[in-house]
Every structure is written in C-alpha cells, then in structure tokens.
Design a protein around this ligand. Structure first.
Ligand SMILES: [Zn+2]
Ligand SMILES: [Zn+2]
Length: 364
C-alpha cells in the first residue's frame, strides 16, 4: 500500500563518484508503510562522509547517492493518515535498526546487521538534501517548546556526534568517579565525549589531541587536563600523561577508561600503551591502520578492549535532554553553513581547516 505523498521533487547534493558532487532533483518519493518524509533543516558533516568522498571508502549503496547522516528536520508527511508525526521537529538517528533480528532482540540494535543508514544504505537518500523519506518509528521527537533558544539546525549533531559517545560511555559502563582519557578530544565526536564523561560524573577527564586550538576550545567544557599531541610520539605522550598523574597523585596505570576517538595510528597506539590494570579501552574512531599488540597484556591487566558502533535510537531522548537542558553545550562546537557551500566545506575539511563541526542547511 504505497502512495506518493508530495508533488515536490527532492533536491539533493548527490555523490556521483568519490570526489564528485552534483546538485540533482529526485522524483517525489513514495512512502512505504511506517515511513515519513522529513524536511531537512540541518545535516552535519561527519568524518565518515569525508572518507566516502575523499578516500573512496565504499558506501553500502553504490553511488550515485546522497551522503549525510546527521539530520534534523520537520516531518511534513506520513504514509499513515493517523500518524502523530507530521509537524513535529525530529532528529533522524544515524542508524535505523530492523527491530526483528537476533541482535535487535538482544538489545544490541545499534549493531543490527539489517540496519539502514541515511547517506549510506538508505537507497539514494541522505541528509545533504531538501527532504528525506525515513521510517518514522525511530525518530527522536524534539518536545514542543523544549528547544528554547537553541537553533533547530544545531541539534543535527545529536544524530551522531553526541549519541555515538553516549553509546561508547554505556559500553564502558562510565560512572561517577571514573578516570577518563579521551584521545582525539578536539574532534567532533571527541569533544562531546569529554562533555558526556564529565556530565556522567567522571572525576577526572584528560584530553589528548594534535590540534591544540580545538583542544583549547574543549577545555572550558569538562577537560581537567589537556595534552597537546602535536609533534610528540607515543613514548613522549605517555610520559606527559604520567607526569600529570604524578602531580595529581593519580595512579597512571590503574582503572582508566580510555575512549579512542581519533581513528589515527598514533591515537590508537597511544590508547593501547595507556591501557592499564582493570582498564577499559573503547574504540570509537575509525581508521585503517593495523597495529601490533600483545593481547596477553589484557590477561595480565584484567583489562578490556571494546568496540562501539553508533547508538541505539532508544537512547536518543536522554541525549537530547542533556543538550536541551544545557549540560551538553552544542553552540561553541558547531558552525552553520548553507548547503550550497558543500564543495568548499568538504575541501576545507580535507585540508584540516575546519575548527568546528559544520552543519549544512538546505538552500536549494
Ligand atoms: Zn558520522
Ligand atoms: Zn535488527
């Protein structure tokens, strides 16, 4: 029972092939049962989009497709006439589970193998567009009037950059009094990892990043100590961390929860080097380097290395609430640009010239 719901075409910035974008009009979408049409108000530019675009990392749906998976907008149509969603402001989770498979039933739906991802495996549709058809079930509704002064577009980062660290924190059972290290603390995900760790009660948060400017920005939002990694190797960084611990009378090799958000070779090597007794290392960032590690150290340390993928949609309302009540600050870490500047923004990102996470707003 499918029916076309709009007479208007979708305008989209489509990746024709890696490195190549074109502005296209797609026919009005047909909504399947349970689907809604979201008019996009903002879509964040994520490292993952850039690796598809610049590095040719394959998308699940082969190009042409529209990238972008950090989406906020307003529901403008629904397949079912009795849907309560039209007119509501919503965040579209970056992963949309099937809710039927073994993983979904086991509460591991963030890693559902049938999951659909806007801008990767949701057909041709992604966030760098005017509209997107998505399943309505998992949308995170922004409570009416709760947004206050926060621009709707800013909440795009809740779709990925804020929720991904939240899931990682849950994987590490992050709790009050914890000692935390965030590697890549100046990055889009790492900065929110710092804020979340502090908000969830971490006693000490140490942030490490190659970009000292971005690290400085995070310092006012939960970092107890920043280590600028530029030009230092793993041994030097470990020494810097140890000397901080000494001044604070903290044990450098016991009980730290390490969140590796950089995905870089040095970041990952450092994370492994810092992992100590009863420690946990959560791998949040993605990289392609292979590292050597003596896994027997995990036995000797009684330690854990954990991977974390995306975030289950059922956690989104809690994360959104942290942003709405100001416990997680968004504004200092985001920058809104018109979507027509997408080529320039992607290019600036390639050269490491972006200081904040860019959110593109449709201007077709
Ligand atoms: Zn992402
Ligand atoms: Zn599933």
């Amino acid at each position: 029972m499918e029916k076309p719901v709009t007479s208007e075409a979708i305008h989209a910035w489509q990746m024709v092939a890696p490195g190549e974008l074109r502005c296209v009009s797609l026919p009005p979408p047909t909504l399947a049962a349970g689907e809604v049409l979201v008019e996009i108000h903002g879509c964040g530019v994520c490292h993952t989009d850039l690796s598809y675009f610049h590095d040719g990392v394959p998308t699940r749906q082969a190009p042409p497709l529209t990238l972008g998976h950090e989406i906020v907008g307003v529901v403008v149509a629904a397949a079912e006439s009795d849907s309560p969603l039209p007119g509501r402001e919503v965040i579209v989770p970056a992963v949309l589970p099937c809710h039927a498979c073994e993983l979904c039933r086991a509460g591991r739906e963030n890693r559902c193998l049938q999951q659909r991802m806007p801008g990767n495996s949701l057909g041709i549709y992604g966030g760098f567009a005017s509209h997107i058809p998505v399943p309505g079930r998992d949308l995170c509704v922004i409570p009416a009037a709760a947004r206050g002064e926060i621009p709707l577009a800013h909440l795009a980062v809740v779709a990925d950059a804020v929720t991904t660290p939240y899931q990682a924190a849950r994987r590490a059972a992050l709790a009050s009094g914890d000692r935390v290290i965030v590697i890549g603390a100046g990055g889009g995900v790492g900065g929110y990892m710092v804020q979340l760790a502090k908000t969830l009660g971490a006693a000490t948060v140490v942030g490490i990043d190659v970009d000292s400017q971005r690290l400085a920005l995070v310092q006012a939002y939960g970092l107890d100590h920043a280590i600028a990694a530029g030009g230092l190797d793993v041994t030097q960084l470990k020494a810097a961390f140890r000397s901080y611990c000494q001044t604070q009378q903290l044990p450098a090799n016991v009980g730290w929860k390490i969140f590796e958000c950089s995905g870089s070779r040095t970041g990952q090597a450092l994370a492994l080097a810092l992992l100590g007794f009863v420690g946990k290392l959560v791998v949040v960032g993605y990289g392609t380097d292979e590292l050597r590690y003596n896994i027997s150290r995990l036995m000797a340390f009684d330690a854990e290395i954990i991977g974390s993928w995306g975030c289950a949609p059922r956690h989104y309302p809690q994360v959104l609430q942290l942003c709405l009540d100001g416990r997680i600050a968004l504004e200092p870490f985001v920058e809104v640009q018109p979507m027509s500047a997408i080529r320039e923004v992607f290019e600036a990102a390639r050269h490491g010239e972006l200081r904040k996470r860019v959110i593109l707003t449709p201007d077709f």
